[in-house]
Design a protein around this ligand. Sequence first.
Ligand SMILES: [Zn+2]
Length: 110
Amino acid sequence: MNIKNLLLGNITLEELLNYYNASIKYIDCIYKEIRGFVDYYRGYYIIYINSNMSYYKKKKTILHELAHIERNHLCQADNDLFAFCIDKYEDEASKYLTRLKQEIVLIENV
Ligand SMILES: [Zn+2]
């Protein structure tokens, strides 16, 4: 059960969220730069998504935050360290999604 299964349409978003013990909260955030972020507390993830975005951007942001969860970015670091590594993790999350999408294109072309 992972993002790749979701992108392939083999599982629903709900199923993946349940699997990761995660839920999505839509926040009314006026700062457009803030697309979303994920919080972790006692084994439970909350993905916050800025509701002032298009449907497409919301979907994209949810995938991005799920990539942080799947890559274990939140468990690796305590809060101080996390702020320090944020650029590295942002980069890693984006690259991970790009790689998954490339893999899926390869599968679909077989
Ligand atoms: Zn991020």
